[in-house]
Design a protein around this ligand. Sequence first.
Ligand SMILES: [Mg+2]
Length: 228
Amino acid sequence: MVKALFFDLTDTLQNFDWDKQWPLLQDIIKKEISYEIQPGQLKKYYQQTYELYRLGKIKNDFDFFDLLFKQMALNITKEKIEKILLQHLEIRKQFTWLPDNYNETLIELRKHFKLAIVSSGVWPWGDYDYEKIFGFKMKKHFDLIVNSYDEGYLKDSGKLFDIALEKMKLKANEVAFVGDNYEKDILLAKQYGMKTIFLNKKKESLGGDITIEKLSDLLSVIKKIETI
Ligand SMILES: [Mg+2]
């Protein structure tokens, strides 16, 4: 009997169009330091630095940009970094948004299940998006949030599942994991003994125990979830 739903965050509870970020960020950097970063170079170093940030090895945006620029052998003043990091947060509203019927879906689901987020995202950015762009705290609909930034492990390690299950006093087979990435969410959760709900946004020929195409589809399969 499924008693709880664990959710992936990125592209499950919150949508991103990352490709929109690179030219916007490139423009900010060009404006602030008169330096034209090649898009490929920016993306490469950004993603490398992002890996450290989501593990909590970098603690804040200042340290993120400081390291990013150092890796690119650019010597940027503290004042310029402060300006860039604020604009980097500001542009997020142009490429991140919530799925349709987000609030209604989670309010209804919570009448039937405990709800948790288990995520490997950069926590300070998630927090910013919910509070400043969407206008409420991310934890509003959730009993628990476990993230790699605080715990120091990525979801892939399984450790975040251990922590979430222990805190919620649940067994793996009492949980259904909801995620958009077949390998990183569905196969991982399945290996771990959880039930799986695949959010198949790209209409791949793959499936979980239950497969849906959008978050709000969860409402039409509540009975089914309870018995998988
Ligand atoms: Mg995802």
